[in-house]
Structures are given as structure tokens and as C-alpha cells.
Design a protein around this ligand. Structure first.
Ligand SMILES: [Zn+2]
Length: 432
């Protein structure tokens, strides 16, 4: 179902016109009310009024996560704190947190946008929605919670953890839609297998996944193990939270709510705007936010935007699933490689665990890539010949899909270090 037919099915010219008007207004608001932007625009000698077309946006400077950190906590707010009714922030694991504020109107828009996401994923007022994101400063749980209530679904605010109880609630309360990270969905499936609970005995039929990448292979696995239809959705805490983009039933990209977030694709190295259909880093201008409009915010997420019409009737531009982070990008022998792409290749191969480490070296001016891949317990006991075959297969698939040559080294189960936070996926020994 399309939640907001009027705004999700606009003609291209109408969208462009709407974006331009909202952009002009947002640029004026930040210039008047946010000293960070005023200083920047003044330094470059650009005035918000000079913007005549959407392409003119490219003249304005990019906003980085570091800029938000330096403005901690309220420096990026365009309104006084008394207008702000909600505050969320990032965890701040890797530095100062980034804070984002919402006015009443922002919350209203946010609910509308997550209602679009949930409707695209198949949720209706007849559904019982179990939310397993953490309720707290993180935007995921509250954002989708509001949207689900707006639709009229019955919402179970479970928050994270306690897998046993999550499943009991699912059984007793007859949950029909699960909202979680894709990896948590797999954890639930594993738990049910261990406890001999048949997923088919549940009322579950939909899974809406976000907060981390969900490659196609992972989606398939979740669907097969939980007997549900899974859709992917995408959010950025700094620009809003969930509600930025989501898959429809066609599942050929995520419809981006571009009436609120104007997307651009840039070259992550030069910062130049790339033509439509190019792979690059996603940048957003949040034109409708009152408390915290952001101009050209670098998400660091790599994707492609597509304008072709979708079979569902929505006209909103679509983005491909995120295939990596621009700050993770490795350039190996001139080819751009993302650890997530290697992970996708590995996940397609049976007997291989998604635990790996990439070692990059430079020998006689040539870049070399070694992929250490962990084996599952069963595969590890196989005979040497079989293992050699597996090494060859991984190497061949990497070459075929990513265009780089790699040496593959299979290692014993559980030998690659795990850490609580981000796994150390890459060891780059090259001297620049
Ligand atoms: Zn669609």
C-alpha cells in the first residue's frame, strides 16, 4: 500500500519544483539561524538567494560528521531549544556523539515518513508490530514506533535483547511484523531452531530490516528460515533516523523520500557531483527539518540513484542497497574494493563463515590482497583437496565479481579476532 499517494507519486517536474522551493527556504533558514553555515557561506561568498536551480546546490559546501561533533551539542540547531521537543543522538563510540533535535512539526513529518516505510514493507493497521531496536537515544525504535502507531498497527515496544522473551512474546501476542536488524533476525531463527520452535507456528509474515546492510544473500536466508517476506529500509540518524528510504514490494531498490531529503551522489575522493546512475557517496540536504536542517551532509554510504519508474507506482527516486562505506574503500591496483562486497561474495559460498580479514601489501610496486577466510567446523574437517578447491572457488568468484586478484587463505574456525565494536576487517601494510 502507498501511504501518502499525493507525495510519493508526484511527477518529476513537480518533485523538482518542490525540492527547489524547499531548498531555497532551508538555505535561507540556516544562513540566518546557524552561525556554522553563515560563516561558511560568507567565507565562500555565496548567498542562499543565488540558488536558481537544483544544480546550484553543488556550489554549497559539504557538511561532515566532524562538523556536527564540533557543534556538540546544539550548535547546528536552527531554532531555540524551547522549540525542540525531542533530542536523539548517536552512541558516540568513536568520538563525541552527534546530536539531533526535532520540533513538533519534525516529529509529525518523521511519523509520516516512517509510515511510508512501513506501508511499503506491507504493514497495515491489522498488523502486530514487534520493535526490537533499542529504545533510547538511538533514532531507530522511536522513529518506526511513531509511524506504526500512525498507521494504526498494534505496536509492541520490546526494545533489544532477551531473545527467549522476544520469541515468547511473538508466540503469545501473535506478532505479524518484525522490526530488527537483519543479523538479529538470524539470531532469532537460530534460537528457534535450538529450542525446536517451528517458525511456521508463529503468525509472523513480514520482516522490516534496517540499521545495518542486508545483502541479498542475507535476505534470502532470513526469508527461508523465518518464512517471512523481508524488506530493507535505510535511515541516517543525523538527517532524521529511519524514514529516509525503503523498499517496496518490487524490491528493486529503496524509494528515497526526496521531498524531504534531496540526494546527491559525489565522488568520495574529489567531492564532485557525479551524473545520474553513477556509483558514489550519498549526500543529503534535509530541507524540511525545522530544528536541524542539514546542507549536503556526507553519509559516507556508497550507492547509486535510479530515476526509472518502479512497478509499484511510486515516482520517488530509488537508491541501490548500500554496498559499502566510503571511509572503508580500499583502492587495490586501481580498483575500488569494499569489504562489504567481499563479504557478499563469501556469503554465497557454502561452508564459509562471514568472518574474514583482508591484508593489503605492496610488493615491487604492485598491490596484493590476501583474504583470510574462516571455515565452519564441518568444512574444516574436510580433506585437503576439497579445501584447495574451495580456495580456488573463492578466488575465482572475487576476481569475477570485483575484478581484483586475491590470494585466499583458509583458516581454522574462530581464529580471526572478534571485537565488540567494529571488527578489524582490514590490515593495510602499504606505505603511502
Ligand atoms: Zn516501488
Amino acid at each position: 500500500m502507498i501511504w501518502d499517494r499525493r507525495n510519493e507519486c508526484l511527477g518529476r517536474e513537480e518533485i523538482d519544483q518542490l525540492q527547489l522551493e524547499r531548498l531555497q527556504s532551508a538555505l535561507n533558514r540556516v544562513y540566518r539561524n546557524v552561525s556554522f553555515y553563515k560563516k561558511r557561506f560568507d567565507r565562500l561568498g555565496i548567498l542562499p538567494d543565488e540558488i536558481q536551480t537544483l544544480q546550484d546546490l553543488a556550489q554549497f559546501p559539504l557538511t561532515l560528521k566532524e562538523d556536527l561533533r564540533e557543534s556538540y551539542p546544539y550548535g547546528m540547531f536552527a531554532l531555540p531549544l524551547r522549540e525542540v521537543v525531542r533530542i536523539h543522538s548517536s552512541s558516540g563510540v568513536t568520538g563525541k556523539p552527534t546530536v539531533t533535535g526535532y520540533t513538533k512539526n519534525d516529529l509529525h513529518h518523521w511519523s509520516q515518513l516512517t509510515a511510508r516505510v512501513l506501508s511499503a514493507g506491507g504493514v497495515t493497521k491489522d498488523d502486530v508490530v514487534q520493535i526490537t531496536f533499542k529504545y533510547g537515544l538511538f533514532t531507530g525504535a522511536f522513529g518506526l514506533h511513531q509511524g506504526a502507531e500512525l498507521i494504526g498497527a498494534s505496536v509492541i515496544p520490546m526494545s533489544t535483547g532477551n531473545t527467549r522473551k522476544q520469541v515468547v512474546i511473538m508466540q503469545d501476542y501473535k506478532t505479524t511484523a518484525l522490526i530488527s536488524t537483519p543479523s538479529y533476525a538470524l539470531l532469532l531463527a537460530r534460537h528457534m531452531e535450538k529450542e525446536k520452535i517451528d517458525p511456521k507456528s508463529l503468525s509472523l509474515k513480514l520482516g522490516l530490516f534496517g540499521a545495518e546492510p542486508c545483502p541479498e544473500s542475507m535476505r534470502r536466508e532470513i526469508e527461508e528460515r523465518l518464512f517471512i517476506t523481508a524488506t530493507d529500509n535505510y535511515g541516517v540518524s543525523e538527517v532524521m533516523g529511519p524514514g529516509v528510504s525503503a523498499e517496496c514490494e518490487q524490491r528493486n531498490g529503496l524509494h528515497l523520500n526526496e521531498d524531504h531529503f534531496i540526494p546527491e551522489i559525489i565522488d568520495p575522493v574529489t567531492g564532485d557531483v557525479l551524473p545520474e546512475g553513477s556509483k558514489g557517496e550519498l549526500v543529503f540536504t534535509a530541507v524540511q527539518r525545522e530544528a536541524m536542517p542539514l546542507i549536503r551532509y556526507r553519509t559516507r554510504d556508497m550507492t547509486t540513484l535510479r530515476k526509472e519508474r518502479c512497478g509499484c507506482g511510486r515516482t520517488l527516486i530509488r537508491m541501490d542497497k548500500i554496498y559499502g562505506r566510503s571511509d572503508d574503500m580500499l583502492i587495490i591496483g586501481g580498483v575500488n574494493v569494499f569489504p562489504s562486497q567481499i563479504e557478499s561474495v563469501l556469503m554465497e559460498i557454502e561452508g564459509v563463515e562471514p568472518h574474514y580479514q583482508l591484508v593489503v601489501d605492496r610488493e615491487e610496486n604492485l598491490d596484493t590482497l590476501t583474504i583470510m577466510v574462516e571455515l565452519g567446523e564441518q568444512t574444516f574437517s574436510d580433506e585437503v583437496k576439497k579445501l584447495q578447491g574451495l580456495e580456488k572457488k573463492i578466488s575465482k568468484n572475487i576476481k569475477e565479481f570485483l575484478g581484483v586478484s586475491a590470494k585466499v587463505q583458509l583458516v581454522e574456525p574462530k581464529t580471526i579476532a572478534r571485537s565488540e565494536g567494529k571488527a578489524k576487517r582490514v590490515i593495510d601494510n602499504r606505505k603511502y
